[in-house]
Design a protein around this ligand. Structure first.
Ligand SMILES: Cc1cc2nc3c(=O)[nH]c(=O)nc-3n(C[C@H](O)[C@H](O)[C@H](O)COP(=O)(O)OP(=O)(O)OC[C@H]3O[C@@H](n4cnc5c(N)ncnc54)[C@H](O)[C@@H]3O)c2cc1C
Length: 321
């Protein structure tokens, strides 16, 4: 299976763009901001909220990073003017981290400042291990001045428990996910069951210590673990949210929403979708496996009756959008 995934991830980039587009379509809102706005509106009709990601990463020239900042400002402007229940997610390497840390900090800060005026939230995505410390340092500096900013913790990283121990005193707002990059064993747990145990351990610790958590997973075992922890501590609905990627397991998304939990969908869009999708596939061939599995089941599965899209029972806090 691993070999097949690897083969698919290497073959796809040489396919015509239109064909790759067919595979990528469910996972990417489109090329233009208008496309993304439409997807966010549809999600809001389902009762979900969103975080918008302008595709692109690892820029090596200042102009590229500044261009990305401008695009994100247009996104924030649009989110505000159209009253969308959405924040933004930014990648430090897209904001110039590989050029200069201080430059990257200032770029992200300018977005957090603008978002705070619009009462919207900026999530700093977590990339591979070469960026972890800088990302956490940037987040800690921003958190001193702003509440509308959060970052991401990856359950597969060996350092994660130490990281949350240093973030808990700040009452950090953290998205918790497994982690998507292929990391060396020296920095990341490689055994899936350990990653899941660590996810639960970290989630429980964050909840007990009153940190706001974005529970980002499509793994039903972890969704169950989260439900168990939320029930055990009788956690109020404004202390957490579930998060899922666009195009992945819409049925689970509707189930979670129908049970009254807040749920945010990560909505990537942008002109760079082709380069982004093919690069990420090569980085992590298991994604090719997920895509083919989902595609095959959507082709062969009898059309299931979807659950009615109920609005979540709680009111969504503006500031956390
Ligand atoms: C909102 C959100 C934000 C994220 N942000 C980051 C981040 O900042 N940094 C980071 O390293 N990782 C991030 N991730 C990715 C995350 O780390 C995992 O790699 C990803 O969510 C898959 O893990 P899982 O918990 O869903 O479990 P898995 O066991 O990997 O997946 C469970 C099931 O979900 C489906 N599935 C999962 N992923 C995909 C996919 N890509 N395509 C199609 N089907 C899929 C498959 O059916 C699979 O069997 C994010 C994930 C989400 C949901």
């Amino acid at each position: 299976m691993q070999l097949l995934n690897k083969a698919i991830s290497y073959v796809l980039p040489v396919f015509p763009k239109s064909m790759v587009g067919y595979f990528a379509k469910p996972y990417i809102a489109g090329e233009r901001l208008d496309d993304a706005v439409k997807v966010v509106r549809d999600l809001m009709d389902e009762g979900a909220c969103a975080t918008l990601d302008v595709l692109g990463e690892e820029v090596h020239h200042e102009e590229q990073a500044l261009h990305a900042v401008e695009l994100y400002k247009q996104v924030l402007q649009r989110i505000y003017s159209e009253k969308l229940h959405s924040g933004i997610s930014v990648k430090p390497t897209h904001m110039g981290l590989k050029i200069d840390t201080e430059f990257c900090y200032k770029n992200i800060r300018s977005l957090v400042e603008m978002a705070s005026i619009y009462k919207r939230f900026v999530r700093i995505d977590m990339e591979d291990h070469t960026t972890t410390q800088d990302t956490i340092d940037i987040y800690k500096r921003l958190k001193e001045d702003f509440d509308n900013v959060g970052t991401v913790i990856q359950a597969y990283m060996r350092r994660t428990v130490d990281d949350i121990n240093s973030l808990i005193p700040l009452k950090a707002d953290l998205r918790l996910c497994k982690g998507i990059y292929i990391e060396p064993r020296s920095v990341a747990w490689k055994e899936g069951s350990i990653v899941n145990e660590n996810f639960s351990y970290v989630l429980e610790k964050l909840i007990v210590n009153n940190c706001y958590v974005g529970i980002a997973t499509h793994d039903e075992k972890l969704v169950w673990e989260a439900m168990r922890i939320l029930d055990k501590y009788q956690v109020k609905k404004d202390r957490y949210e579930f998060q899922m990627l666009l195009g992945v397991d819409a049925e689970l998304r509707r189930i979670i929403l129908s049970e009254g939990h807040k749920l945010r969908v990560y909505v990537p869009f942008g002109a760079e979708w082709f380069a982004y999708s093919t690069r990420r596939l090569k980085e992590n061939p298991t994604i090719a496996g997920h895509i083919t599995k989902n595609l095959i089941s959507s082709v062969f599965k009898r059309k299931e009756k979807a659950l009615p899209a109920e609005k979540p029972k709680q009111k969504q806090a503006e500031i956390s959008d």
